[in-house]
Design a protein around this ligand. Structure first.
Ligand SMILES: [Zn+2]
Length: 81
C-alpha cells in the first residue's frame, strides 16, 4: 500500500493543527487571557463539561472579566515551543 504522493511536513503540521483546534476548541479571552476549555465547561455559567465554545449560550461572557464571546480567540498551547 503506497500513498499517491508524500505530504510535506508543513502540510501535515497544518492539518494536525486544524484538527486539534476543531477537536479541543480551547478559546482564550484576549482581554484577560482566561482560557475556556470545552473539556471542563464553566461552573459559573453552569456549562456542562464537553460543551464546545460554539455551543455556548449567547449570555456566556468571560467569567473573569465579563468580555463577550466575540472577544475570544483560538488558543494554541504549542505557540511557545
Ligand atoms: Zn476575560
Amino acid at each position: 500500500m503506497r500513498p499517491d504522493r508524500e505530504e510535506r511536513i508543513d502540510e501535515v503540521l497544518d492539518r494536525l493543527n486544524r484538527k486539534r483546534s476543531e477537536e479541543c476548541g480551547k478559546m482564550q479571552c484576549k482581554v484577560c487571557w482566561y482560557v475556556y476549555d470545552p473539556d471542563q465547561g464553566c461552573e459559573m455559567f453552569e456549562i456542562e463539561p464537553g460543551t464546545a465554545f460554539n455551543d455556548l449560550p449567547d449570555y456566556f461572557t468571560c467569567p473573569n472579566c465579563g468580555s463577550a464571546k466575540t472577544m475570544f480567540i483560538p488558543f494554541y498551547e504549542e505557540d511557545e515551543s
